[in-house]
Design a protein around this ligand. Sequence first.
Ligand SMILES: Nc1ncnc2c1ncn2[C@@H]1O[C@H](COP(=O)(O)OP(=O)(O)OP(=O)(O)O)[C@@H](O)[C@H]1O
Ligand SMILES: [Mg+2]
Length: 225
Amino acid sequence: MDYVVAFVSQKGGVGKSTLARAIAREFQRNDFRVKLADMDIQQITTVNWHARRLNAGLDSVGSVECFRTYSEAKASAGACDVLIVDGAGRASSATAEIARDADLVIQPSAPSIDDLQPAVLLYHELTKLGISRKKLCFALTFVGTENEEALGREYLDHAGYNILDGCLEFRPSYRAALTAGRTITETSHKSINKRADSLIQSIFSTLQGLATEETMSKSEVEAIS
Ligand SMILES: Nc1ncnc2c1ncn2[C@@H]1O[C@H](COP(=O)(O)OP(=O)(O)OP(=O)(O)O)[C@@H](O)[C@H]1O
Ligand SMILES: [Mg+2]
């Protein structure tokens, strides 16, 4: 498997499933074999969404399944190029296991202090467990204004974590797209799709950056030994 990308959060309803579905579609369009793992076996938001998508005659985004444990998800993704983990509602003991194994961890958060504070605490806990902060990223979601985005960036930057370029604005049309089995890059408004796509593309470039860094550090180790 080439990549594991995981969406986690301290709070629920922050946009994990929304971003996981969009990045799954993007990988699928780029000919990756995708496993999209829905870790919330009670809500099965992403599994249900995929059924709506297929019923609407839209393209599959890959193999979408729900799993009780991360190890089951990982084992079932053996033949895939990328495993996308749509984490369960709130952080749990499984969050550290997922974050440890993932190449890139994305925590969506709205740009208000009420949301940012607990989100940063979750990443502090993960770094205390020895998980590299290099792979812990934030995605700003439910953004209302440019000023809000700027304040969110400032807060997270100060906390010392990476923030993806772009953000997801609060828009009823994103919700409508998801209801119809579409992704946030497939709404009926081109400009809105473009805004969402810039965030999705920044997930790709961050992942590639981390992979290149890893290959370089491995070759440095080999050169020394
Ligand atoms: N940018 C947005 N604008 C408007 N609505 C949005 C936006 N992003 C997500 N939503 C809606 O907000 C709700 C929560 O989003 P989502 O299901 O992606 O969150 P989640 O973090 O996966 O939630 P949970 O913690 O319950 O798994 C959904 O109804 C979704 O359609
Ligand atoms: Mg979800």
